[in-house]
Design a protein around this ligand. Sequence first.
Ligand SMILES: Cc1cc2nc3c(=O)[nH]c(=O)nc-3n(C[C@H](O)[C@H](O)[C@H](O)COP(=O)(O)OP(=O)(O)OC[C@H]3O[C@@H](n4cnc5c(N)ncnc54)[C@H](O)[C@@H]3O)c2cc1C
Length: 471
Amino acid sequence: MREGPAVVVLGAGPAGLGCAWSLARRGIPVEVLEVQDRVGGLAGSFRDGPFTLDFGPHKFFTRIPGVLEEVRALMGEDLLEVPKRSGIWLRGRRFDYPFRMGQLLFRLGPVFGLTALASTMAQRLGSGGRAGHERTYEDYLVRRFGRVLYRMSFEPMAWKVWGDPKTLSAEVARVRVVFPSLWNLLWRMLHPGEGGKTHSARTFFYPRGGFGSIWEAVAREVRRCGGVIHLGVRPERIRLEGGSVRSVAYRSPEGVREIPCAAIVSSIPLSAFLSLLDPGPGPDLLEDVSRLRYRGAILCYLFLDRPSVLDDAWIFFPEREIPFNRIMEQKRFSPHTCPPDGTVLCADIAAAEGDDVWRLPDDAIARRVRDALERMKILDGGGIRRHRVIRIQRVYPVLDVDAPGRLARAWAYLDGVRGAVSVGRHGYFQHNNSDNALDMGFQAADHVLRDLPHAAWRALHDRFDRYQIVD
Ligand SMILES: Cc1cc2nc3c(=O)[nH]c(=O)nc-3n(C[C@H](O)[C@H](O)[C@H](O)COP(=O)(O)OP(=O)(O)OC[C@H]3O[C@@H](n4cnc5c(N)ncnc54)[C@H](O)[C@@H]3O)c2cc1C
């Protein structure tokens, strides 16, 4: 390990640990400050009796060159390649997801198919101009898929996850909806082999012992290479001098300690990071950034006395009458996470802290989930032994139409702070996946190591903005 001031990393999720890993293995002193008593952030796992559970369905898949290779080399035989089977529930029936043409036409009927096609063509002809300049989520998707499909699937899903689709930025649709248009979707359905290359995958990767075991392995590597990870600590102040980062003070049960540092990579929420800077931005910017909106998640785990329930690893439920966005069966990701005779279903419900559902007692939430599953005949009522409900406040960054302006002002401010970058789902305010977060961490490590000017970091924003979620 090289002598000299450390790089301090805030947050031990995939982004923060990716950065620390990349630095530590090159001999750079690095200290990670994590407020929780475990690593992995949203992508971590926890134990519940004989079960290892994730925070909702997590698969590892990436198209970013080099990222899978790193994880594979780290995890070795523990990284399983799992055949993907997932569904979407529409109009009372399960469909394969990504869609298959024959199944769609057969189940929804040719009349529906023709109406949907006509609606897309009408939209194309009526709106004129090139696609690509839409401002909102709704504009983007109606333009590409027509109003019929938009109303059936994309609109209710947006309401469930982020809120009013008329106020959401078109960027949300670009990143989250893997197919750029109905025509492209049809093409992929007719040429499923091609789809495997760019938009959807037939298999995904998952570690034998739960998704969080990837990040536990990364943390072990960081420590093996001399890096330090402080768990259960809270950063309190980042001291700047002449526009450069000098030190970070944090509070632990033992008191306050200050770490002199050469650079800081933050993966904590952007507003929290900016408010630690001393001297920091003025109240206007802090207020502006604090208005970046999040939705949280309620995760409802049902523990069942039976070997398994679903044929799918996960099923989406875009329709608003169904009280959750998705269910997943942990065992379908790795059989080693559950005992042979027991299984766990997890339903995720996007909600904000003030919402009525957030305040419901755990029993009432579990009852809602169970009743909906029984109505859909996914569960037959028997075998639920108990439930567990977890609420997480910041899960989905909501990129509404004002957010890009707020973020641009924050990035312009950070351009003037030497040795500080903000990455990850919360630091970059991006609804991303763990492979994206890991890549951002790697890029941040290279950036601070080479002490590059902020213009170089801004150039990397293009890379981050092109990440695509692969289903
Ligand atoms: C329901 C659901 C399903 C998902 N499915 C997938 C999937 O299938 N595949 C996939 O790859 N990804 C998936 N993701 C996304 C994945 O979880 C995230 O992309 C990833 O966790 C982001 O990593 P991160 O390090 O940027 O943020 P996080 O994982 O949120 O880590 C941030 C860390 O910072 C810490 N922190 C926060 N504030 C402070 C503070 N003030 N001081 C110190 N530490 C702090 C947090 O405790 C946390 O550990 C899913 C996410 C959810 C919620």
